[in-house]
Design a protein around this ligand. Structure first.
Ligand SMILES: Cc1cc2nc3c(=O)[nH]c(=O)nc-3n(C[C@H](O)[C@H](O)[C@H](O)COP(=O)(O)OP(=O)(O)OC[C@H]3O[C@@H](n4cnc5c(N)ncnc54)[C@H](O)[C@@H]3O)c2cc1C
Length: 257
């Protein structure tokens, strides 16, 4: 395949960045179990954290080929870092771009795509890997908000992310169609994480997450039950949680669409 001038430039930029700023430090980051946030911000400034996101939403608007070229170069230096980069780009930015409301894009997609914050994607559970719709995590309405209860597993950036897309069952009677996706700030009270050791991805800060039982009620959007099959694959319905309030008067959620 012949690369365009822009694709060649992006590949060469990623290669130089990976070899100069990543490769020499991987051993130290593996020992620490995570990547310095300053490096992720630098990657954001280079456009690597939202490569397929339009410029109006803070992305590089570089296209899928450039994204894959950059990802390959980062992976050649550290597979863990490329996993962190891909989760931020692919499930997180792509899902928000495809299904987020303008408010959600403004609040979450822009800083994710710029590398100002880091995203996680919480789908897998101990009993739900390949069989991704076999979720036990439940989301229940509590007042005007939602409470999520469950355990997630193998979550890339689970210990370091600022926000997470969390999948949970909102309507147990509707099987796969009763799964919704929530935008959850990781600062929300009630969640705990436990490191997961990995032989291959030591810098991903992977974690098992318990969304816990006390998510904040300050929901600013409510999810509609959605079909995992129809909508994530895809995918999604989600709710956006206001990060701050755990007490006080919750905002009545407004339904998306
Ligand atoms: C590096 C890394 C990063 C990850 N990051 C995330 C993340 O950020 N967020 C997240 O939600 N998850 C993440 N995961 C989890 C990943 O999505 C799951 O590991 C994956 O879905 C497989 O699930 P499992 O590990 O439970 O394996 P299983 O589903 O138990 O599969 C085990 C084996 O059985 C095979 N198998 C399963 N079902 C069938 C079938 N019906 N027929 C034939 N063979 C079958 C599989 O192919 C596999 O070889 C990550 C995993 C890795 C390795």
């Amino acid at each position: 395949m012949l690369l365009s001038e822009e694709q060649t430039l992006i590949r060469d930029t990623a290669r130089a960045f990976a070899q100069e700023k990543v490769a020499p430090h991987v051993r130290a980051w593996e020992a620490a179990g995570e990547i310095p946030r300053s490096l992720l911000r630098e990657m954001g400034e280079l456009g690597f954290m939202g490569m397929c996101v339009p410029a109006e939403w803070g992305g590089a608007e570089a296209g899928m080929v450039s994204y894959v070229l950059a990802l390959e170069e980062i992976a050649a230096a550290d597979g863990g870092l490329s996993t962190v980069m891909s989760v931020n780009n692919s499930p997180d930015c792509a899902a928000l771009l495809a299904y987020g409301s303008p408010e959600q894009k403004e609040r979450w997609l822009k800083p994710l795509a710029r590398g100002e914050i880091l995203g996680a994607f919480c789908l897998t559970e101990p009993q739900a890997g390949s069989d991704a719709s076999n979720l036990k995590t439940r989301a229940e309405r509590r007042g005007n908000g939602w409470v999520l209860n469950g355990v997630k597993q193998f979550i890339t950036s689970g210990r370091t992310a600022n926000m997470a897309l969390v999948f949970a069952v909102t309507d147990p009677d509707s099987a796969k169609r009763g799964i919704s996706c929530f935008i959850v700030p990781t600062s929300a009270p009630g969640s705990t994480t436990r490191p997961v050791s990995s032989a291959t991805s030591r810098t991903t800060a992977s974690a098992s997450d318990s969304p816990g039982s006390t998510r904040p009620p300050g929901t600013d959007h409510s999810p509609r039950p959605g079909s995992l099959r129809r909508r994530i694959n895809s995918s999604l319905w989600w709710a956006s949680y206001a990060s701050a309030p755990t007490q006080g008067t919750p905002v009545l959620p407004s339904v998306i669409e």
